[in-house]
Ligand binder design. Structure first.
Ligand code: HEC
Ligand code: HEC
Length: 456
């Protein structure tokens, strides 16, 4: 580190958690040997850690209280007006992921110092595959997001509130003007090298883990075949030879053979690292619609042209809490939403990281890092994964637990909205009654509504 380097938050606070193969006997007092470097902090209570002084009675308190454990909203500070707390996923076998990376066209903001080229293979980093300018660029973006060269970053957006249009964080400008950026740029290869070394945690190696693995060969073979037929086309980095479509019947036949080989799981990233549209994946859409990596937004320089040019998925259908018989139809418009894709997550060590999905919403949260605790969460999540009727349905909508109000200090809101503030200098929204869906309020973009509709 150079002397004047200012650190915002340590990566470890969100990425380190108990080691699944060496669980601590007391989770509150782990030894170093009980911790894993980049498993993802599955137990983080983000509101309690980063916003412990937020008071009850305000809407923000309710929003944080509803946030699932083990998640962090990485687009909270440079906000895109979508409440998107996400699971902090483990990072494994980066080298294998780089090997299968798809070639994409990058934009005009190439930085030769980061090894960026006009067309190059890029892993699809982040849940929506938005970070797509190569590993060094993606890692640097995180440093910016947690405080590096904040004197520039904070001028490109209105932190936490948004309400005004974002401007791109220009990597070329940072390279030229920031010694922090350049020092990190020189060292970012080290963190990539570290990620490339991270190895899976196997259930068989965990204390008592073997007891959870069937010893019946017929059951194991049936499971492998089911995986080959339904999952491996997306969840494997070992893919059929070029020219053979992984999703075709011939592709399935190839997988049925491949999964039986003793080394199928060895060095398999268990993902093809591709993006698929919401119409195929059908999980909660919010994260896929994140806009921060769109052209002209804060992370513009960190997403490829290929990402920006993705065509929005066809019409989507949503559950309507007021009248389930009338589903809400929504046709994404490219200007107002992100592209609407999820990249396939790796299933490495998936036994240890339930609940599932990008928002950590599928399955019960046990909060117990023992092998039995993790397996209880895994069993519950897996049953719901394969049996959608058992999912929470409308009960998965986050709601306010108490009446509350949303109060924004006048100084922090854009000029045209200030006329709406009261004598105490606050723009007040509310009373928001108990039981209101959190995202009905949290996902509002008041700038667009108030200014766009009436011009004042
Ligand atoms: C405040 C919590 C937080 C901190 C601090 C944090 N991260 Fe993350 N990180 C996350 C979350 C949440 C995700 C998943 C976000 C997503 O995919 O949309 C993530 C994802 C990542 C990924 C992408 C993983 C993948 O598979 O695509 C990398 C790489 C990463 N972080 C590296 C870092 C580094 C390096 C640092 C320190 C400079 C850091 N993170 C600090 C919360 C954090
Ligand atoms: C078309 C590609 C595709 C196929 C086929 C597919 N998946 Fe996935 N899978 C995805 C994507 C994309 C996600 C991320 C969804 C999200 O987070 O919202 C995902 C998420 C998951 C997760 C959650 C991972 C985590 O870290 O939380 C599990 C577990 C999973 N899939 C298992 C399976 C199984 C088992 C099958 C076969 C029965 C399967 N998938 C078939 C694309 C696919």
């Amino acid at each position: 580190m150079i002397k004047t380097y200012r650190v915002g938050v340590a990566c470890a606070s969100c990425h380190v958690a108990p080691n699944p193969d060496r669980p601590p006997s007391d989770p509150n007092n782990p030894g170093w040997e009980n911790l894993a470097s980049a498993i993802g902090n599955q137990y983080l209570s983000e509101g309690k850690v980063f916003a412990c002084n937020v008071e009850k009675g305000g809407f923000f308190y309710e929003e944080l209280a509803a946030q699932p454990r083990g998640t962090s909203d990485t687009s909270r500070i440079a906000t895109d007006h979508i409440n998107n707390p996400n699971a902090i996923n483990p990072i494994f076998l980066l080298a294998e992921r780089e090997r299968i990376a798809a070639t994409e066209t990058l934009g005009p903001h190439l930085l030769a110092s980061l090894g960026q080229e006009h067309k190059m293979p890029v892993p699809h980093i982040l849940k929506d595959g938005a970070d797509s300018v190569g590993v060094p660029g993606a890692a640097l973006r995180v440093y910016v997001n947690i405080g590096m060269f904040s004197e520039y970053w904070l001028t490109r957006h209105n932190p936490l509130l948004g309400l005004t249009p974002q401007q791109p964080f220009e990597t070329g400008y940072a390279h030229e003007h920031s010694v922090f950026w350049r020092a990190t740029e020189q060292r970012v290869g080290n963190i990539a090298a570290f990620f490339r070394k991270l190895q899976p945690f196997h259930l068989a190696d965990a204390p008592g883990g073997k007891e959870f693995i069937t010893s019946d060969d017929a059951v194991m073979t049936r499971g492998k075949q089911a995986f080959a037929e339904n999952c491996a086309s997306c969840h494997s980095s070992k893919q059929p030879p070029p020219g053979l479509d992984a999703h075709s019947p011939e592709g399935k036949a190839w997988f049925c053979e491949a999964v039986m080989k003793p080394d199928f799981l060895k060095n398999n990233f268990l993902s093809n690292d591709r993006r698929y549209p919401l119409t195929t994946i059908k999980t909660n859409s919010a994260r896929a619609f994140g806009t921060n990596a769109q052209a002209g937004h804060i992370w513009d320089n960190f997403s490829s042209q290929t990402y920006k040019d993705l065509s929005p998925p066809a019409e989507l259908e949503f559950y309507n809490p007021f009248d389930p018989a009338k589903p809400i139809k929504f046709r994404p418009k490219d200007k107002h939403t992100g592209p609407g894709y999820y990249r396939v997550p790796s299933l490495i060590s998936i036994w240890s990281s339930a609940p599932f999905f990008h928002n950590n919403a599928l399955g019960k949260f046990t909060g117990d890092p023992s092998v039995a605790g993790r397996m209880a969460a895994f069993d519950d999540a897996t049953e719901k994964l394969l049996w959608p009727a058992k999912r929470l349905g409308k009960d998965s909508i986050w709601r306010t637990q108490e009446d509350c109000t949303l109060r924004l200090r006048k100084e922090f809101i854009p000029e045209p909205l200030r006329v709406l503030s009261d004598a105490d200098g606050y723009l007040k929204i509310g009373l928001i009654p108990k039981g209101t869906p959190i995202n009905l309020v949290a996902n509002l973009d008041p700038g667009r509504i108030a200014i766009g509709r009436s011009g004042g």
